[in-house]
Ligand binder design. Structure first.
Ligand code: ADP
Ligand code: ADP
Length: 230
Protein backbone atom coordinates (compact mmCIF):
# COMPACT_ATOMS: atom_id res chain seq x y z
CA UNK A 1 0.00 0.00 0.00
CA UNK A 2 1.27 3.41 -1.00
CA UNK A 3 0.66 6.76 0.67
CA UNK A 4 2.00 9.96 -0.87
CA UNK A 5 2.70 13.40 0.48
CA UNK A 6 3.65 16.60 -1.35
CA UNK A 7 5.33 19.12 0.98
CA UNK A 8 5.33 22.64 -0.46
CA UNK A 9 6.44 21.39 -3.88
CA UNK A 10 7.64 23.73 -6.62
CA UNK A 11 8.32 22.61 -10.19
CA UNK A 12 9.58 24.51 -13.22
CA UNK A 13 10.39 23.68 -16.83
CA UNK A 14 13.25 25.05 -18.94
CA UNK A 15 12.00 28.22 -20.55
CA UNK A 16 8.75 28.24 -18.58
CA UNK A 17 7.76 31.80 -17.72
CA UNK A 18 6.29 30.82 -14.36
CA UNK A 19 6.61 27.74 -12.13
CA UNK A 20 4.37 24.84 -13.22
CA UNK A 21 3.74 24.14 -9.51
CA UNK A 22 4.17 26.81 -6.85
CA UNK A 23 3.95 25.52 -3.30
CA UNK A 24 1.69 22.50 -3.57
CA UNK A 25 1.00 20.42 -0.46
CA UNK A 26 -1.36 17.47 -0.15
CA UNK A 27 -1.61 13.99 1.29
CA UNK A 28 -2.94 10.86 -0.37
CA UNK A 29 -3.65 8.08 2.09
CA UNK A 30 -3.01 4.45 1.22
CA UNK A 31 -5.83 3.18 -0.96
CA UNK A 32 -7.33 6.60 -1.55
CA UNK A 33 -8.48 7.72 -5.00
CA UNK A 34 -7.74 11.39 -5.63
CA UNK A 35 -9.00 13.30 -8.64
CA UNK A 36 -6.94 16.25 -9.85
CA UNK A 37 -8.92 18.73 -11.90
CA UNK A 38 -8.31 22.23 -13.22
CA UNK A 39 -7.90 24.15 -16.45
CA UNK A 40 -5.31 23.33 -19.08
CA UNK A 41 -1.84 24.41 -17.91
CA UNK A 42 -2.82 24.25 -14.22
CA UNK A 43 -0.04 21.78 -13.39
CA UNK A 44 -1.99 18.51 -13.28
CA UNK A 45 0.37 16.54 -15.51
CA UNK A 46 3.31 18.02 -13.65
CA UNK A 47 2.12 16.23 -10.50
CA UNK A 48 2.30 12.98 -12.50
CA UNK A 49 5.67 13.93 -14.04
CA UNK A 50 7.17 14.47 -10.58
CA UNK A 51 5.90 11.14 -9.27
CA UNK A 52 7.23 9.35 -12.35
CA UNK A 53 10.63 11.02 -12.00
CA UNK A 54 10.38 12.73 -15.40
CA UNK A 55 11.25 15.95 -13.58
CA UNK A 56 12.60 16.80 -10.14
CA UNK A 57 11.03 19.28 -7.71
CA UNK A 58 12.73 22.69 -7.79
CA UNK A 59 11.91 22.98 -4.08
CA UNK A 60 9.93 21.08 -1.51
CA UNK A 61 9.70 17.37 -0.94
CA UNK A 62 7.65 14.39 -2.07
CA UNK A 63 7.42 11.42 0.27
CA UNK A 64 6.22 7.87 -0.35
CA UNK A 65 5.13 6.08 2.82
CA UNK A 66 7.13 8.73 4.68
CA UNK A 67 10.32 8.24 2.66
CA UNK A 68 11.77 10.98 0.42
CA UNK A 69 11.09 9.98 -3.21
CA UNK A 70 14.60 11.23 -4.11
CA UNK A 71 16.19 8.56 -1.95
CA UNK A 72 14.31 5.64 -3.54
CA UNK A 73 15.98 3.62 -6.28
CA UNK A 74 14.33 4.81 -9.46
CA UNK A 75 13.80 1.39 -11.04
CA UNK A 76 12.35 -0.05 -7.83
CA UNK A 77 9.98 2.89 -7.44
CA UNK A 78 8.81 2.83 -11.06
CA UNK A 79 7.77 -0.79 -10.67
CA UNK A 80 5.33 0.43 -7.99
CA UNK A 81 3.65 2.93 -10.31
CA UNK A 82 1.42 2.16 -13.27
CA UNK A 83 0.98 5.21 -15.48
CA UNK A 84 -1.92 5.31 -17.93
CA UNK A 85 -1.52 8.26 -20.31
CA UNK A 86 -4.00 9.25 -22.96
CA UNK A 87 -1.51 8.38 -25.68
CA UNK A 88 0.95 5.69 -24.61
CA UNK A 89 4.20 5.13 -26.45
CA UNK A 90 4.32 2.20 -28.79
CA UNK A 91 7.31 0.02 -29.55
CA UNK A 92 8.06 -2.23 -32.48
CA UNK A 93 6.14 -5.52 -32.13
CA UNK A 94 2.63 -6.80 -31.56
CA UNK A 95 0.12 -5.30 -29.17
CA UNK A 96 0.87 -8.28 -26.90
CA UNK A 97 4.59 -7.40 -26.97
CA UNK A 98 3.67 -3.81 -26.22
CA UNK A 99 1.64 -4.86 -23.19
CA UNK A 100 4.35 -7.20 -21.92
CA UNK A 101 6.93 -4.41 -22.04
CA UNK A 102 6.05 -3.42 -18.46
CA UNK A 103 6.83 -6.94 -17.19
CA UNK A 104 9.10 -8.80 -19.59
CA UNK A 105 8.95 -11.95 -17.43
CA UNK A 106 5.13 -12.19 -17.67
CA UNK A 107 3.63 -15.38 -19.12
CA UNK A 108 1.50 -15.23 -22.26
CA UNK A 109 -1.50 -16.18 -20.11
CA UNK A 110 -0.89 -13.19 -17.85
CA UNK A 111 -0.59 -10.89 -20.89
CA UNK A 112 -3.85 -12.24 -22.32
CA UNK A 113 -5.64 -11.88 -18.96
CA UNK A 114 -4.48 -8.26 -18.71
CA UNK A 115 -5.57 -7.61 -22.30
CA UNK A 116 -9.00 -9.11 -21.55
CA UNK A 117 -9.40 -6.99 -18.43
CA UNK A 118 -8.77 -3.89 -20.54
CA UNK A 119 -10.82 -5.01 -23.57
CA UNK A 120 -7.63 -5.18 -25.64
CA UNK A 121 -7.58 -8.92 -26.40
CA UNK A 122 -9.27 -8.74 -29.81
CA UNK A 123 -6.36 -6.88 -31.40
CA UNK A 124 -3.51 -8.44 -29.45
CA UNK A 125 -1.67 -9.71 -32.55
CA UNK A 126 -1.76 -6.45 -34.47
CA UNK A 127 1.47 -4.52 -35.13
CA UNK A 128 0.57 -0.94 -34.24
CA UNK A 129 3.87 0.87 -34.57
CA UNK A 130 4.19 2.74 -37.82
CA UNK A 131 0.57 2.17 -38.82
CA UNK A 132 -1.57 5.15 -37.93
CA UNK A 133 -4.62 3.92 -39.81
CA UNK A 134 -6.63 1.38 -37.83
CA UNK A 135 -7.95 -1.88 -39.29
CA UNK A 136 -11.53 -0.60 -39.31
CA UNK A 137 -10.40 2.17 -41.66
CA UNK A 138 -8.55 -0.17 -44.01
CA UNK A 139 -5.13 0.12 -42.35
CA UNK A 140 -3.07 -2.22 -40.22
CA UNK A 141 -2.73 -0.20 -37.04
CA UNK A 142 -4.91 0.36 -34.00
CA UNK A 143 -7.30 3.21 -33.31
CA UNK A 144 -6.74 5.86 -30.67
CA UNK A 145 -9.27 4.09 -28.42
CA UNK A 146 -7.51 0.75 -28.88
CA UNK A 147 -4.25 2.41 -28.03
CA UNK A 148 -5.78 3.66 -24.77
CA UNK A 149 -6.97 0.13 -23.94
CA UNK A 150 -3.44 -1.11 -24.60
CA UNK A 151 -2.23 1.34 -21.93
CA UNK A 152 -4.81 0.01 -19.45
CA UNK A 153 -3.76 -3.58 -20.24
CA UNK A 154 -0.19 -2.60 -19.38
CA UNK A 155 -1.39 -1.29 -16.03
CA UNK A 156 -3.31 -4.50 -15.28
CA UNK A 157 -0.23 -6.55 -16.12
CA UNK A 158 2.04 -4.35 -14.05
CA UNK A 159 -0.21 -4.89 -11.02
CA UNK A 160 1.30 -1.90 -9.20
CA UNK A 161 0.01 -0.46 -5.91
CA UNK A 162 -0.13 3.11 -7.30
CA UNK A 163 -2.06 3.97 -10.45
CA UNK A 164 -1.79 7.34 -12.19
CA UNK A 165 -4.37 8.07 -14.87
CA UNK A 166 -3.78 11.11 -17.08
CA UNK A 167 -6.94 11.70 -19.12
CA UNK A 168 -7.10 7.97 -19.84
CA UNK A 169 -10.61 8.18 -21.31
CA UNK A 170 -10.21 11.44 -23.21
CA UNK A 171 -11.50 11.54 -26.76
CA UNK A 172 -13.49 8.30 -26.54
CA UNK A 173 -17.12 8.14 -27.61
CA UNK A 174 -19.68 7.62 -24.81
CA UNK A 175 -19.91 3.82 -25.22
CA UNK A 176 -16.12 3.47 -25.23
CA UNK A 177 -15.90 5.76 -22.20
CA UNK A 178 -18.36 3.59 -20.29
CA UNK A 179 -16.37 0.45 -21.11
CA UNK A 180 -13.14 2.22 -20.20
CA UNK A 181 -14.61 3.48 -16.90
CA UNK A 182 -15.70 -0.06 -15.96
CA UNK A 183 -12.20 -1.39 -16.67
CA UNK A 184 -10.58 1.49 -14.78
CA UNK A 185 -12.87 0.95 -11.78
CA UNK A 186 -11.61 -2.65 -11.54
CA UNK A 187 -8.02 -1.52 -12.04
CA UNK A 188 -8.24 1.01 -9.20
CA UNK A 189 -9.89 -1.28 -6.65
CA UNK A 190 -7.66 -1.77 -3.62
CA UNK A 191 -4.98 0.55 -4.99
CA UNK A 192 -3.96 4.14 -4.40
CA UNK A 193 -4.88 6.26 -7.41
CA UNK A 194 -4.35 9.72 -8.87
CA UNK A 195 -6.93 10.46 -11.51
CA UNK A 196 -6.40 13.43 -13.82
CA UNK A 197 -9.75 13.78 -15.55
CA UNK A 198 -12.30 16.48 -16.26
CA UNK A 199 -15.41 14.36 -16.37
CA UNK A 200 -17.89 14.70 -13.55
CA UNK A 201 -18.51 10.93 -13.37
CA UNK A 202 -14.89 10.26 -12.41
CA UNK A 203 -14.76 13.22 -10.10
CA UNK A 204 -17.85 11.93 -8.26
CA UNK A 205 -16.25 8.52 -7.79
CA UNK A 206 -13.02 9.89 -6.32
CA UNK A 207 -12.63 9.96 -2.54
CA UNK A 208 -11.25 13.48 -2.75
CA UNK A 209 -10.74 16.16 -5.35
CA UNK A 210 -7.88 18.62 -5.69
CA UNK A 211 -8.56 21.68 -7.83
CA UNK A 212 -5.37 23.14 -9.32
CA UNK A 213 -5.15 26.54 -10.98
CA UNK A 214 -1.96 28.29 -12.02
CA UNK A 215 0.21 25.74 -10.21
CA UNK A 216 -1.53 26.11 -6.87
CA UNK A 217 -4.30 24.29 -5.06
CA UNK A 218 -7.43 26.42 -5.28
CA UNK A 219 -9.65 24.00 -3.38
CA UNK A 220 -9.72 20.44 -2.16
CA UNK A 221 -12.27 18.21 -0.53
CA UNK A 222 -14.91 15.63 -1.25
CA UNK A 223 -17.33 16.15 -4.11
CA UNK A 224 -20.05 17.13 -1.62
CA UNK A 225 -17.73 19.56 0.18
CA UNK A 226 -16.72 21.30 -3.03
CA UNK A 227 -20.36 21.74 -3.96
CA UNK A 228 -21.06 23.17 -0.53
CA UNK A 229 -23.33 20.29 0.44
CA UNK A 230 -21.32 18.89 3.33
P1 ADP B 1 -2.01 20.56 -17.06
O1 ADP B 1 -1.67 19.10 -17.01
O2 ADP B 1 -2.86 20.99 -15.92
O3 ADP B 1 -2.59 20.98 -18.38
P2 ADP B 1 0.86 20.90 -17.03
O4 ADP B 1 1.30 20.30 -15.77
O5 ADP B 1 1.03 20.12 -18.29
O6 ADP B 1 -0.65 21.37 -16.89
O7 ADP B 1 1.59 22.30 -17.25
C1 ADP B 1 1.78 23.26 -16.24
C2 ADP B 1 2.59 24.41 -16.80
O8 ADP B 1 3.88 23.96 -17.19
C3 ADP B 1 1.98 25.06 -18.03
O9 ADP B 1 2.25 26.43 -17.97
C4 ADP B 1 2.73 24.41 -19.16
O10 ADP B 1 2.79 25.27 -20.27
C5 ADP B 1 4.10 24.19 -18.56
N1 ADP B 1 4.77 23.03 -19.14
C6 ADP B 1 4.34 21.74 -19.09
N2 ADP B 1 5.20 20.91 -19.69
C7 ADP B 1 6.21 21.68 -20.15
C8 ADP B 1 7.42 21.42 -20.85
N3 ADP B 1 7.77 20.18 -21.21
N4 ADP B 1 8.22 22.49 -21.13
C9 ADP B 1 7.90 23.74 -20.76
N5 ADP B 1 6.78 24.05 -20.10
C10 ADP B 1 5.94 23.04 -19.78
P1 ADP C 1 3.85 10.40 -31.55
O1 ADP C 1 3.12 10.39 -30.25
O2 ADP C 1 4.89 11.46 -31.67
O3 ADP C 1 2.96 10.33 -32.74
P2 ADP C 1 4.68 7.79 -30.80
O4 ADP C 1 6.10 7.40 -30.54
O5 ADP C 1 3.73 7.84 -29.68
O6 ADP C 1 4.72 9.10 -31.64
O7 ADP C 1 4.08 6.81 -31.89
C1 ADP C 1 4.72 5.59 -32.15
C2 ADP C 1 4.16 4.97 -33.40
O8 ADP C 1 2.77 4.80 -33.25
C3 ADP C 1 4.36 5.78 -34.63
O9 ADP C 1 5.02 4.95 -35.58
C4 ADP C 1 2.98 6.14 -35.11
O10 ADP C 1 2.91 6.01 -36.51
C5 ADP C 1 2.11 5.10 -34.46
N1 ADP C 1 0.78 5.57 -34.11
C6 ADP C 1 0.40 6.81 -33.76
N2 ADP C 1 -0.90 6.86 -33.48
C7 ADP C 1 -1.38 5.62 -33.65
C8 ADP C 1 -2.64 5.00 -33.53
N3 ADP C 1 -3.73 5.68 -33.16
N4 ADP C 1 -2.75 3.69 -33.78
C9 ADP C 1 -1.68 3.00 -34.16
N5 ADP C 1 -0.47 3.51 -34.30
C10 ADP C 1 -0.31 4.80 -34.06
Amino acid sequence: RIAIEFHDVYAAYQGGERPALAGVSFTINAGEHIAIVGPSGAGKSTVAALLLGFILPAAGKITVNGIDLNTLKRADWLRQVAFVPQRPHLFQGTVADNIRMVRPDASLTAVIDAAKAAGAHEFIIRLPKGYDTPVGEGGQGISGGERQRLAVARAFLQDAPLIILDEAARGLDPAAQAAMDAALARLLTGRTAIIIDHRLTTVRQADRIIVLTGGQIAESGTHAELLGQA
